[in-house]
Each structure stands twice: as structure tokens, then as C-alpha cells.
Design a protein around this ligand. Structure first.
Ligand SMILES: *[C@@H]1O[C@H](CO)[C@@H](O)[C@H](O)[C@H]1NC(C)=O
Length: 340
């Protein structure tokens, strides 16, 4: 174990509850430390790779709802964002329900998420749309946010016009290059949870994802940047949309949306006994983007004519590299670019 992984282990113990987070690279080390802390079933070997193997993963259903109604996304852009950054992220979100994108597509990737059902027999919805956006370019809550102040940012956006949509709403807070968030880059790259009525007036599922391009691309935008200690052993991949920070965010957004939809109130689908640090369907497959992935290897992914790497197609000719998610049917990590 290297010093970076020791650091992650310490953080996992000291900063608990580290709820519902997309973890920094190295993913396998983070997983290992979660197992070491006893959250997941014992007997899992340190170098366990989830892709294709499942007997020891006990993802369980805990009786709560999944997001089965059409999801309306409300985007909250905190800080400064360029038009191209916003359009890459919007195109990814629009692609989730766009079944006309060529295979392997973002919407085929989402079809693994729709395999999850709740006790009423309702599947996670296939329908996600962007229903509203809000801009806080002047950083009204400052450039250093805590987990709770993310909820204040949501509350501010609702006060300035975004609907409090407690039927279908999911709120996504994106923080820009100059913004630090509690544990960002050190223990998390993004997280999801739900708002508290005392802060926002309602219980609304939300996720936060930070732009890591300037601050820690090697941690939160891997494999588009590689940690220095890995030296020349692994080359960084060219990002499909030309911005390592945004392309890295897209995979974290995918991770959080998959988890939020299958575990919106943290009482539906997760592994492990401790609901304050559940292992969810994205956590189980962090770092896996294609067949053979795991243990620091992304798996088989495609390369376009300009050397950019991707594993799924989206609308308008967009390409993205997003991590796989756990399939309850295959009992393994799954993605549409799997090699049969
Ligand atoms: C709903 O979930 C069940 C159980 O996983 C699955 O068999 C079915 O194909 C799913 N339906 C959709 C539309 O994904």
C-alpha cells in the first residue's frame, strides 16, 4: 500500500460518514480500504476485480423507493463555466434518454440502471430531461463549501426561481474550477444525498460534482490525467471532448445519477451493513470502463481518428468515457461496450 492509499484509508476512518461518494483514484485502493473497514462482506481478496465475478458482492434491496417517475433534472452551475463546458455536460444528460444514438450508446448504458426495481415492482425510469437551470457565477456562498452549504446553494437557487419539484426533481450542483468542497480531491469527486426540509423546505434528491481539471485531474479525472507516482507506466488518455476536467466530471455525473436513481433516500439498493457508508451500484464498478477493466486498468475502450478515447456514443455525434455500473441480472459490472 502506498502513502496515497494509506491516506485514503485514514480519511475513510476519520471522516465517516463518507456517504455516497464517487471516490478518487486509485479506485481499487479505495475499495480495498472500504473492505478493510468491514463495511462489505468478509472474505473479499485485496485484488478482487468485480468485472465478471460476483459471488461475494451482496448488493441488497432495503425496501425503499427507486426513482421510477420521469426524472426532471435541475442544473445549478456554481462559479464560471464556458459555453463548451456546459454544452458537453448538457449533451451527456440529454443522451441518457436518446435511444437514437449509435450503439454502444449512453442510453444503452442507462438500461442497466433501469433493471433496478422497488417493492412496488416499479423500475428506475428511462426518462431523464433537463427541466431548469440556475447560475450562481458570483459564488454567493463563497469559494469553499461544506457538504451542508451545497444544500444552501440549492436553497438559494430555489429562492431565485428554480422550482422545488418534489414529484420529479433531481438537483445537480456543479462547482467550477476555483471552488473547493469539503473532502473534494482528497476523499470524494462527487456525492449524492437528499436535502433536509429545515434547509431547503423539502426532501429533494441531489448530487454534487466538482470540476477537477485544475485542482486534481489525476485524482478525479483519471484516466485523462495520471498520478505522478504512476510515472510512465500508464499514459493519460485523450479526453473525448477535449477537456479532462469536464470529461472526468461526466463519468462522475454518470456514477452519481445511477446511484441516486437506485438509492435516492439511501434505503433502497446498496451493499454493506452500514447505511452511513453504503457501497452502491457505481461504487462497485469504479475504474471499470470496458471488458477486462479493474485493478487500475480501464478495460477495452475505443479510440477515434484523433486518438480520443471513449466507450459510448451520445446525441449529436458526441462521445463519452463513462464507468460501468453493477447489473443485478448479470451480478457483475456491465456496459454496452462489453466484448462478447
Ligand atoms: C425492470 O426490471 C426487471 C428486473 O430486473 C427486468 O427484468 C426488466 O427488464 C426491467 N424493465 C426495464 C424496462 O428495464
Amino acid at each position: 500500500m502506498n502513502s496515497s492509499s494509506t491516506f485514503v484509508v485514514l480519511l475513510l476512518h476519520l471522516l465517516a460518514p463518507l456517504i455516497l461518494s464517487a471516490s478518487p483514484f486509485p479506485y481499487t485502493t479505495t475499495k480495498r480500504s472500504i473492505y478493510a473497514s468491514g463495511v462489505t462482506p468478509s472474505g473479499l481478496g485485496e485484488s478482487k476485480r468485480f468485472e465478471g465475478s460476483s459471488d461475494l458482492v451482496h448488493l441488497r434491496y432495503h425496501m425503499g423507493p427507486v426513482l421510477s417517475s420521469p426524472i426532471k433534472l435541475y442544473l445549478i452551475w456554481y462559479g464560471q463555466w464556458s459555453p463548451s463546458q456546459k454544452s458537453t455536460i448538457r449533451d451527456f444528460l440529454f443522451s441518457i434518454s436518446d435511444s437514437s444514438s449509435p450503439s454502444p450508446s449512453v442510453s444503452e448504458w442507462w438500461s442497466t440502471v433501469t433493471l433496478y426495481v422497488d417493492q412496488t415492482g416499479a423500475n428506475v425510469t428511462r426518462s431523464l430531461s433537463i427541466a431548469g437551470e440556475s447560475f450562481d457565477s458570483s459564488l454567493s456562498r463563497g469559494s469553499t463549501l461544506t457538504r451542508l452549504s451545497i444544500q444552501q446553494v440549492i436553497s438559494d437557487s430555489i429562492r431565485s426561481g428554480l422550482p422545488a419539484d418534489h414529484r420529479n426533481g433531481v438537483y445537480l450542483v456543479f462547482t467550477s474550477a476555483g471552488v473547493d468542497v469539503q473532502d473534494f480531491c482528497r476523499a470524494v469527486c462527487g456525492f449524492h444525498y437528499f436535502t433536509f426540509p429545515s434547509m431547503v423546505g423539502h426532501t429533494l434528491p441531489y448530487a454534487w460534482i466538482g470540476y477537477s481539471g485544475r485542482r486534481c485531474p489525476d485524482v478525479c479525472a483519471y484516466p485523462f490525467a495520471v498520478p505522478a507516482y504512476m510515472g510512465h507506466a500508464t499514459a493519460a488518455m485523450r479526453p473525448p471532448n477535449g477537456d479532462a476536467g469536464v470529461d472526468g466530471m461526466v463519468s462522475v455525473i454518470a456514477h452519481e445519477l445511477a446511484e441516486l436513481s437506485t438509492n435516492p433516500l439511501v434505503n433502497a439498493w446498496y451493499a454493506g451493513e452500514d447505511p452511513t457508508s453504503p457501497t452502491e451500484i457505481g461504487d462497485l464498478c469504479e475504474g471499470v470502463y470496458g471488458s477486462g477493466g479493474g485493478g487500475g486498468y480501464t478495460g477495452e475502450v475505443a479510440t477515434d481518428g484523433a486518438g480520443r478515447r471513449f466507450n459510448v456514443n451520445g446525441r449529436s455525434g458526441r462521445k463519452f468515457l463513462i464507468q460501468w455500473v453493477w447489473s443485478p441480472v448479470l451480478r457483475a459490472c456491465a456496459g454496452p461496450n462489453a466484448i462478447a
